[in-house]
Design a binder for this molecule. Structure first.
Ligand SMILES: Nc1nc2c(ncn2[C@@H]2O[C@H](COP(=O)(O)OP(=O)(O)O)[C@@H](O)[C@H]2O)c(=O)[nH]1
Ligand SMILES: [Mg+2]
Length: 232
């Protein structure tokens, strides 16, 4: 059975023939692309640059929210989930490889900053001191820093380096939000317990939430926090 005019591409599905013209296929692809961009909360999100020294930081204007976390905590996955793009910030199974600060634009002078992961036991001392220096330089004098997200694997809870980041934020009066990610790895009860415990331990004004990049849980709450920090 023929459905649309002349057969350009003929597909056979369960014994029935139907055809699609190249124009129809193209229109479908275009509509799909537009729908994806429309559905994205940050349709203009794009990579700006990677920096391994302060001279390479993006110009310190507008405002940005930095994401920190142990290597392998799920930082890149969280960023991908928030901007709704699969490989926006790359994800990795080998911890401690990226020692760069990655800057992304969310449009109109707003940025998201992917800080290098910490807590890597297997990397060299020189890499660890490079990390410490780079992070120190970033936090010391970043006028556009409007907020900090600390991404924590819920199964490990908050560690020493996470506390160091939160202390840094507190000392410069920067709002901070903890994402307890990989919440899908725990049952509801234990996840809720960790959440309550962290909430009690955090200094006043700092917030925490459950999150799962895999299950897309907590996305709206996290976007809400991100937007609040960015003044949207
Ligand atoms: N189950 C589960 N796995 C996750 C989640 N987020 C990240 N992962 C996995 O954890 C590993 C490290 O994630 P990645 O985002 O690269 O961590 P990063 O080093 O902090 O950027 C990858 O194998 C991810 O697939 C999550 O919410 N749930
Ligand atoms: Mg990463």
């Amino acid at each position: 059975m023929e459905k649309f005019g002349k057969p350009h591409v003929t597909l056979r599905s369960s014994g029935v023939f139907y055809t699609k013209s190249p124009a129809k296929i193209l229109i479908k692809i275009l509509i799909k692309g537009r729908r994806r961009a429309f559905m994205s909360h940050y349709p203009d999100a794009r990579f700006l640059t990677s920096a391994h020294q302060p001279g390479q930081f993006v110009e310190d204007t507008g405002c940005e929210v930095a994401f920190a976390g142990r290597s392998n905590a799920g930082k890149s996955s969280a960023i991908n989930a928030l901007v709704n793009q699969r490989n926006f910030a790359h994800t990795s199974k080998s911890p401690g490889r990226t020692q760069l600060i990655n800057f992304f634009s969310l449009g109109e002078g707003r940025r998201l900053v992917d800080l290098p992961g910490y807590g890597f036991a297997r990397v060299s001392r020189s890499m660890q001191s490079h990390w410490r220096k780079l992070m120190g330089e970033y936090f010391e004098d970043r006028q556009s820093l409007a907020g900090l997200f600390v991404v924590v694997d819920i199964r490990r809870s908050i560690g020493d380096f996470d506390w160091q980041m939160l202390d840094w934020a507190e000392s410069i009066g920067c709002p901070a939000h903890v994402l307890l990610t990989k919440a899908d790895k725990l049952k509801r009860g234990p996840a809720a317990n960790t959440f309550q415990q962290v909430r009690k331990e955090l200094p006043e004004g700092m917030t925490v939430q459950l999150f799962s990049a895999t299950k897309k849980d907590g996305i709206d709450e996290a976007r809400g926090e991100l937007d609040r920090m960015l003044g949207r």
